[in-house]
Design a protein around this ligand. Structure first.
Ligand SMILES: NC(=O)c1ccc[n+]([C@@H]2O[C@H](COP(=O)([O-])OP(=O)(O)OC[C@H]3O[C@@H](n4cnc5c(N)ncnc54)[C@H](O)[C@@H]3O)[C@@H](O)[C@H]2O)c1
Length: 317
């Protein structure tokens, strides 16, 4: 098991996602040091100072700005949020690949040069392909570099189901799998409400004809980011909380199951692709990949999502 000497978390990229994550992480009390890094050094300094002024109101944590690569030394986890975001509601995450692959490759090389023991969590989009490239470049053990995957999408899904059923989202277990993007899909066969498989719950509840609502709910999940970007220009709070959830699982070795971006080596009949799959997340990053029993239709959707990611990676060369 990874033996963390520190609970230092470095956040690369101090924009909407990075600063939102720093704020959520500070509230959580799980890090002892939060360091912000950005090519725009003034932005990192300003965010760190602004956050530090809340020190009387959150658990003890030192927050500061620093420059790469020195900032990465002794970090337990480096979280990468640097790069271009979707700038308009029409732009897809895959459209960001060309520019963000250069940015993320450079950052990961810097991390490797000064801190080969760190765990790297990537949020920059397209997160699945960038996590895949980062692992190929470093050749690190599987699981040491992970992506935020569909953790946020699964949270959106749980919230929408909760709203629909009138049940706490904490009592709903449900996952969005595949690409964190347009080809993601809902694993309906895995949905549980209050401990009951969804179909059993529906047959007891009978308040609606849920089968007809399913496509709408999935579409709402898929379009969430586009809607939020249309309204306010970027998404930040949801992803910030999702990443705090992942970092907590790593620093506390919680072995929490979540749909992070995981590199597949034969699981689900797939290889050479990284995408959102239920994984046990603990001190070593991805500790295990769970091979869920998906329906034949869901297996097809997973294969479809994997092919899209592979094709885009091949196009990048
Ligand atoms: N995985 C998810 O669930 C999820 C959710 C929302 C956004 N995102 C992605 O997160 C990324 C950041 O989004 P944002 O809204 O914060 O963008 P933003 O433009 O607000 O911030 C990005 C920051 O990265 C910095 N940056 C660029 N290159 C850098 C480098 N080489 N080193 C250090 N810093 C660098 C920029 O100066 C900028 O401050 C985007 O790719 C976006 O698509 C992912």
């Amino acid at each position: 098991m990874a033996n963390f000497k520190s609970r230092k978390v470095v956040i690369v990229g101090a924009g909407a996602v990075g600063s939102g994550f720093a704020f959520a992480l500070a509230q959580s009390g799980i890090a002892e040091e939060i360091v912000l890094v950005d090519v725009n050094a003034d932005l990192a300094k300003g965010q760190a100072l602004d956050l530090s002024h809340g020190a009387p109101f959150y658990p003890p944590v030192a927050i500061r700005a620093d420059v790469a690569p020195e900032a990465y030394r002794q970090a337990a986890i480096v979280v990468v949020t640097a790069g271009k975001a979707q700038a308009s509601p029409g732009q897809s995450r895959l459209d960001l690949l060309q520019i963000n692959s250069k940015i993320v490759t450079g950052i990961v090389a810097d991390i490797q040069s000064v801190n080969p023991d760190a765990i790297v969590l990537i949020a920059t989009n397209p997160v699945d392909i960038l996590t895949h490239i980062a692992r190929i470049k470093t050749n690190w053990l599987r699981g040491r570099i992970l992506g935020s995957g569909t953790v946020l999408d699964s949270a959106r899904f749980r919230w929408l189901l909760a709203e629909h059923c009138g049940i706490s989202p904490k009592n709903i277990h449900a996952s969005i799998l595949g690409e964190h993007g347009d080809s993601e899909f809902a694993a309906w066969s895995l949905v549980h409400v209050g401990g009951l498989p969804m179909d059993d719950y529906c047959s007891v509840c009978r308040k609606c004809d849920f089968l007809h609502r399913r496509p709408q709910i999935l579409e709402q999940v898929r379009r969430s980011a586009y809607h939020i970007i249309g309204y306010k220009g970027s998404t930040s709070f949801g992803v910030a909380m999702a990443m705090t959830h992942i970092v907590r699982a790593i620093l506390r070795n919680e072995r929490h199951v979540m749909t992070v971006s995981a590199p597949l080596e034969g699981e689900y009949g797939l290889t050479d692709v990284t995408l959102g799959i239920p994984c046990v997340v603990g001190a070593n990053g991805i500790e295990e990949i769970i091979q869920a029993r998906l329906s034949p239709e869901e297996m097809q959707e997973l294969a479809h999502s994997a092919q899209i990611l592979k094709d885009r990676l091949a196009q990048l060369g």
